[in-house]
Design a protein around this ligand. Structure first.
Ligand code: UFG
Length: 333
């Protein structure tokens, strides 16, 4: 049985990954400082409370286990915040990630799956965005991810550390079994905010900008189901463990939906009215981001199972309703 370290395994994407790894019969160890994750989102494996900023803690962890691979999900993800507070992003997403890579090199762990982002590309120069699209990040978040991608090329050449960088477009949805879902605090992502407005946990959702150069004036994004995203990680892991070379893949469905379209689909799926407040553009939002994921399909054999936006939203709604119901139960006590 292979042993996988999942850093950030209590977070949104990490927790879904842990569940999938356990189902695929891996031995899973989770390292998480619970700054953005939840203990109850870890459905199995060994949990180690800790932070990759702590080099001694990493040394103890890597001395205690013999890892076959490391998957790294523990990063800060808010673009706007990264512009206001870049050191938070460079310290964690860059410097602390180097500690993790150091521990790997020291302990001869040679397989690494890295959560990268569409934010490495900056303003799109053409659509859809394939892996070769120029990398010109326009914020510290995107730059921190791109730095690590570049560093990984050097670590492969010098230390033989093999990696796959997975560039997520908009991760969305929830566990189809209803066990896990998205829980950011504060929540800033469109789909959970829209669904909170549908369930009544929030009065309304603000629509950031209607004057973009898109058919309906609102931003277009490529939403990818969390299950399909994790499935791509599993395939990438399996390929690396069987000797594949380092590489990178863009992960999306190749179809863009505007903010207005997302709200319309959410109204249909939930059967609820959703109150929308028109707001200004949010700083740093590109008008459109749509992935070309043909490479992941061709090389990894990746086949998204839940590509439709209505299914993505339906699974997120199942999670939101459960969460909203439990909040109401507590309110009534
Ligand atoms: N939006 C709104 N109202 C909201 C929230 C979002 O109108 O309350 C809009 C945004 O302006 C954007 C779209 O909905 O046009 C999607 O916004 P999200 O915040 O859900 O997602 P982003 O595309 O901004 O961010 C995603 C990931 C980030 C990552 C970024 C990189 O969720 O973690 O892509 O490009 F950093």
């Amino acid at each position: 049985m292979k042993t996988i370290l999942v850093v950030g395994g209590a977070g949104y994407i990490g927790s879904h990954m842990v569940k999938m790894l356990l189902a695929a019969d891996y031995y899973v160890v989770i390292l998480d400082n619970l700054s953005g994750g939840y203990r109850d989102a870890i459905l199995g494996g060994d949990f180690v409370f800790g932070d990759i900023a702590d080099r001694q803690g990493l040394e103890r962890l890597f001395s205690g286990y013999s890892f076959d691979a490391v998957m790294h999900f523990a990063s800060f993800i808010r673009v706007g915040e990264s512009v206001q507070n870049p050191r938070k992003y460079y310290q964690n997403n860059l410097a602390a990630t180097l500690n993790l890579l150091d521990a790997m090199v020291t302990h001869d762990v040679k397989t690494f799956i890295f959560s990268s982002s569409a934010a490495i590309f900056g303003e799109p120069q053409y659509f859809p965005l394939d892996e070769k699209h120029p990398k010109q990040p326009i914020n510290p978040y995107g730059l921190s991810k791109w730095f690590i991608e570049k560093i990984l090329v050097d670590y492969d050449q010098a230390y033989g550390l093999k990696s796959v960088c997975l560039r997520y477009f908009n991760a969305a949805g929830a566990d189809p079994d209803g066990q896990l879902g998205e829980r950011h605090d504060p929540e800033t992502h469109l789909i959970p905010l829209v669904l909170e407005a549908a369930s009544g946990r929030r009065e309304s959702v603000m629509l950031y900008g209607q004057d973009y150069d898109t058919p309906d004036g609102t931003c277009i994004r490529d939403y990818i189901h969390i299950h399909d995203l994790c499935q791509a990680h599993l395939l990438a892991l399996e390929q690396l463990l069987t000797g594949a070379d380092s590489t990178a893949y863009n992960l999306g469905n190749g179809t863009g939906f505007s903010v207005k379209q997302v709200i319309d689909v959410a109204k249909k799926v939930t059967g609820q009215s959703i109150s929308v407040v028109m707001g200004e553009r949010r700083k740093g939002d590109p008008a459109a981001l749509v992935a070309d994921s043909k490479r992941a399909q061709a090389v990894l054999g990746w086949r998204p199972k839940y590509a439709g936006l209505a299914t993505i939203i339906a699974h997120a709604w199942q999670w939101e309703k459960r969460y909203a119901d439990s909040t109401m139960e507590l309110d009534n006590m």
